[in-house]
Design a protein around this ligand. Sequence first.
Ligand SMILES: Nc1ncnc2c1ncn2[C@@H]1O[C@H](COP(=O)(O)OP(=O)(O)OP(=O)(O)O)[C@@H](O)[C@H]1O
Length: 338
Amino acid sequence: MSILEVRDLVYGYDSPRGFVPIVDHVDLDLAAGESLGVIGESGSGKSSLLYAVMRILKRNTRIASGSVKFKGDDLSRISAERLGDIRWSGMSMVFQGAMNALNPIIRIGSILGEAYARHHPRASRAEIRDRVQEILDLVRVPSHVRTAFAHELSGGMRQRVVIALALICHPDVLLADEPTTALDVVLQDEIMARLEEIRAKLRFGMILVSHDLALIAETSNRVMVMYAGQIVETGAVRDVIDRPRHPYTIGLLQSYPSLQDMQRVPISIPGSPPTPETAFRGCRFAPRCPMAEPACLDWVSELSAVEETGAAHKVRCRRVDEVDACAASLYRNQRSDA
Ligand SMILES: Nc1ncnc2c1ncn2[C@@H]1O[C@H](COP(=O)(O)OP(=O)(O)OP(=O)(O)O)[C@@H](O)[C@H]1O
């Protein structure tokens, strides 16, 4: 049973040439306590998907069609007041770069306390204070930080505060947009390990957007690969990472160095991702795909189930049946230094 159910979501903006989709017909399900990773190159629409799910719309954008249901409530049909309740206490978000956006003139304890009080108007001062302390303990922030200002904290500490802020109202779902990218690798590992520990304890579901495939492999049950606003492959992490069936997923995987195979030279996928205003024809990845044939440019693309791995593993590729046999040699002539 899904706690979050997204169907055929189309999100984008109006331009002089018509509506431009940034997120294009995306379906997504998240079960209670489950972790879903979203991966793709910069500009593939990962952050926009989270914004659309939360219905935090930038001024020029709109949801053109589709639905987002949270615990059965269709977010497009509920009152603004109910939507406000669901945000943060039902479904909360760690925004990309949020650690640099903490209010510099309010003490950390007050930032957290205000967020809690907004959703618990009847909470006493003592209850608010206890909840702030509880959440700071959970993310392992020392007590003295309550009276500090954001600029007095290290990056790692600020990021913990941001995570505390997103979790203070006990959400059922956390949307985390690159929660550790601004930090060094050691801190990234430490914070993600802590987040996973808290998730195991509080059992909230999570959608984690990241460029870091290793992080997704470690933390997620399922993964969704996005390209040009569409899902191109989705399934259990093990199926997608061990036996990817979309040439784009294979390229992404091969662009990382491998600890298992030190001889393998990382590749870079030729070309660059398209912008949403591109006039797409057929498969969107075809212009960069080493397996593309002329017919791929006329193919009405759709996600279909991979026979061997079952209905949960889906791929959007006209030549899906041939990908497995070609995987090892697909990008053979591409080198990261090319
Ligand atoms: N409000 C907007 N108006 C116009 N274009 C937008 C808007 N928001 C996003 N875009 C464009 O939509 C595309 C997807 O953006 P988005 O930030 O969702 O990608 P992303 O996959 O999260 O990238 P990154 O990994 O760099 O954060 C980009 O080309 C971006 O420039």
